[in-house]
Design a protein around this ligand. Structure first.
Ligand SMILES: Nc1nc2c(ncn2[C@@H]2O[C@H](COP(=O)(O)OP(=O)(O)O)[C@@H](O)[C@H]2O)c(=O)[nH]1
Ligand SMILES: [Mg+2]
Length: 293
């Protein structure tokens, strides 16, 4: 039996959460085309007969520009410590810059063993993969590099096998029934935030936090979920609500469908949009919304 913690790190939008979800086989982490979708470390557990891989999905590595992104940055850095293995995710489709090489060197040439998942190969020419891998090796990246497509599942089994052989020998570190360290409440809030990230543009979704006010199951089996959608500015509130409430209604209806999948029962969802000016720079609110380190 082998078992261990694997931190999944890399730049914002590289495809870390998508890869964790496909490895774990369940959606533990929300995904969107926008950077900074993942705000905190999220655990996802893969249980097999002879091994257990505990992935820690993290916020992307980038420069902080407010207190929330500062906390996110520290969370990512902290998660990369005290793990058995580092999986550095690189978006192959975005090319490889000097900056990417420098980041990979920093994480892949340290004490913790590491591999690179070179992802999104489904949307790029094959010849670029070989050229990039060569470039990485020539730049001193000595760890194994796995070209994968998390979207199509290509190369993922091979990566999983390698990881299962790379974690230490020993019993499972997590109970076999545990899928994630996050509560259902957290997942419900994240589902709503994902739909907002998918529907709204520019600063609006980045300034949104979601809080679950109440979450209970009625006798007839239906779940009642009540959420607060917190935004930073009064004009963001108008955008989120939209004409006659159409915008928020649409996002909520997509969220409700996913919540029903998660809970396996009908959901009655109510949402309320509120403004908390500049909350991303207010440490107490950042903590209240569950994003502290
Ligand atoms: N074509 C393609 N897109 C991907 C793949 N993996 C992730 N994406 C997309 O890349 C974007 C960012 O993904 P996400 O997992 O949220 O990245 P993260 O910020 O690193 O966690 C989303 O739009 C994903 O659908 C992949 O293997 N192929
Ligand atoms: Mg993510």
């Amino acid at each position: 039996m082998r078992s261990g913690f694997i931190a999944v790190i890399g730049k914002a939008n590289a495809g870390k959460s998508t890869l964790v979800n496909v490895l774990v086989g369940e959606k533990v982490s929300i995904v969107s085309p926008k950077p900074q979708t993942t705000r905190t470390a999220i655990m996802g557990v893969l249980n097999a007969e002879n091994y257990q891989l505990v992935f820690v999905d993290t916020p992307g590595l980038y420069r902080a520009y407010n207190k929330l992104s500062d906390v996110m940055q520290k969370t990512a850095e902290q998660s990369a410590k005290d793990v058995d293995f580092l999986l550095y995710v690189h978006d192959g489709h975005a090319g490889i810059s000097e900056d990417d090489i420098a980041l990979m060197r920093r994480y892949c040439c340290g004490k913790t063993p590491c591999a690179v998942a070179y992802t999104k190969i489904d949307i790029m020419p094959k010849e670029n993969i070989l050229a990039d891998v060569k470039k990485m090796y020539e730049s001193g990246i000595t760890c194994d590099i796995f070209p994968v497509s998390a979207r199509r599942g290509t190369g993922v089994k091979k990566l999983e096998k390698f990881l299962s052989e790379s974690v230490p020998e020993g019993d499972r570190v997590m109970d076999v029934n545990v899928l994630t360290d996050k509560s259902e409440k957290f997942m419900l809030a994240e589902i709503m935030r994902e739909k907002i990230l998918l529907k709204f543009n520019e600063e609006v979704p980045h300034g949104v936090a979601v809080c679950v006010n109440s979450f209970s199951r009625r006798e007839d089996g239906l779940y009642e979920v009540s959420l607060d959608i917190i935004c930073e500015k009064p004009n963001h509130k108008s955008i989120l609500i939209g004409k006659r409430g159409e915008a928020i209604r649409e996002a909520s209806s997509f969220a409700r469908a996913d919540m029903e999948k998660l809970l396996g029962a009908k959901v009655f969802l109510t949402t309320c949009v509120r403004v908390k000016e500049d909350w991303r720079n207010r440490p107490q609110l950042i903590k209240d919304f569950g994003y502290s380190e």
